[in-house]
Design a protein around this ligand. Sequence first.
Ligand SMILES: O=P(O)(O)OC[C@H]1O[C@H](O[C@H]2O[C@H](CO)[C@@H](O)[C@H](O)[C@H]2O)[C@H](O)[C@@H](O)[C@@H]1O
Length: 235
Amino acid sequence: MDQPPVPDRPLLFLDYDGTLAPIVGDPEKAVPHPAVPDLLAELAEAHEVVVITGRDLAALGRLLNQRLPAVGLHGAEEGWADGTVDTRAADEHADVLADLRAAVPAAEGVVVEDKGAAFAVHYRHAPDADAARAELERWAEAVPAGLVPIWGKAVVELRAEGVSKGTAVARLAAAHPDRTPVYLGDDVTDEDAFRALQALRQPTVTVKVGEGETVAGHRLGGVEDVVAYLRRFLD
Ligand SMILES: O=P(O)(O)OC[C@H]1O[C@H](O[C@H]2O[C@H](CO)[C@@H](O)[C@H](O)[C@H]2O)[C@H](O)[C@@H](O)[C@@H]1O
């Protein structure tokens, strides 16, 4: 496994699920790796650190509860990892989302996670995951233009076109031109961020956590490796 580099003045973008917290069956129980709370506090004293997640920030606050800058709902919320929301993208699709939410197939093991202005449909516990996914793909055919279905780890979510982790990191990187963006993430929406950072005309470090196709320049095996890598920023 190649070790990603450790730039001197990083702007650390850290995805939550699968990066700072191991993937578990119940989204409400996805607590951070035990070393993560202290590590983030130390890192934030030395560097710029942003937690970036598909969760709503209120949910992130229940799990992490740290006063660190954070981006939630795949780029639609900005605020803090203690659950505070400062800004939220306009809720133009509320009616359509309510209709789609009501039409989620009531299949065994399919569970909806409500996230304020958004929702996620999990099928990790479906007895036949392929069949559940096929049923959700049929449901997703009704998603109108302007909303994009995103298929993550045994989950499908909808986000507004033009709002993504990519747009969020591009904006934040532009606000810190003297820093090297370093992005760690494990899932498909992190690929938007990898691409957005790679398009900047400056050095960046992009790190895919775990298996799967990626455009990232580096890879780490899992959450333990993330912790070991982040400790190097304190040396
Ligand atoms: O952007 P992230 O921080 O990686 O969040 C992406 C989604 O993560 C959560 O779902 C995933 O993790 C769960 C807990 O480990 C797991 O049970 C689920 O199967 C995964 O898809 C979260 O529940 C979603 O809201 C996030 O969008």
